[in-house]
Design a protein around this ligand. Sequence first.
Ligand SMILES: Nc1ncnc2c1ncn2[C@@H]1O[C@H](COP(=O)(O)OP(=O)(O)OP(=O)(O)O)[C@@H](O)[C@H]1O
Ligand SMILES: O=C(O)c1ccc[n+]([C@@H]2O[C@H](COP(=O)([O-])O)[C@@H](O)[C@H]2O)c1
Length: 204
Amino acid sequence: MEKPNRVGIMGGTFDPIHFGHLVTAEEARINFKLDKVVFVPAGNPPHKKNYKVSDAEHRYLMTALAINSNPYFEVSRIEIERSGYTYTVDTLRQFVDIYGRDTSLFFITGADAVLDILTWKDVKDVLSYCNFIAATRPGYPVNRLKEKLAEIKELYGTHVYLLEVTAMAISSTEIRRRIKEGISIKYLIPENVEAYIIKNGLYR
Ligand SMILES: Nc1ncnc2c1ncn2[C@@H]1O[C@H](COP(=O)(O)OP(=O)(O)OP(=O)(O)O)[C@@H](O)[C@H]1O
Ligand SMILES: O=C(O)c1ccc[n+]([C@@H]2O[C@H](COP(=O)([O-])O)[C@@H](O)[C@H]2O)c1
């Protein structure tokens, strides 16, 4: 198969994956002319210490179910098969090995994650391996974000692209809370993911 020119990488805990993630990836794909978007469920995320993250296989399978109907989406086991804490820098290194330097990589994140990026492991390498797309919602206060992006540009010379995504005030935290409290999650996540959650008794 021909090597793709532009590959999006959507990293996340995906506990569970929801329409906010999917819409963001699709809009990034279209706006940045990406050949495909690879979803990378985090293995053992070092930064999510305030709650017990669900088993990686559940999160992987839910992601696989969610992307099934989109021919431009893939899911990768790259992080869930790595032992120890999973850092983005190691993931990007593996992607550069797989695709080579001729393929442009675009890491897609929410704007909130970008605000923390300077605290990521080996941030200098992270920013040298790929471009960044930071998704905001309409009405998002971009002033602080723009200051941070200017700081990143000055320190590392990396430009972070902004992408305003159709309003999607959905979060995995909210989905987990609703399930725990017996409130409907219909139309917030794909139906097949909802069925998987019910079948496996997750988040109760
Ligand atoms: N509704 C949304 N719209 C756009 N991007 C989102 C949305 N929710 C999360 N993201 C982004 O998707 C990526 C993966 O997010 P993650 O799996 O942590 O989901 P989350 O909903 O933020 O989870 P949690 O509520 O558990 O923190 C992050 O870069 C995050 O900023
Ligand atoms: O590598 C790091 O130090 C690092 C620190 C925080 C977050 N990340 C990555 O950022 C992505 C979004 O994180 P999250 O917490 O919103 O799921 C996900 O792919 C994480 O692995 C990476």
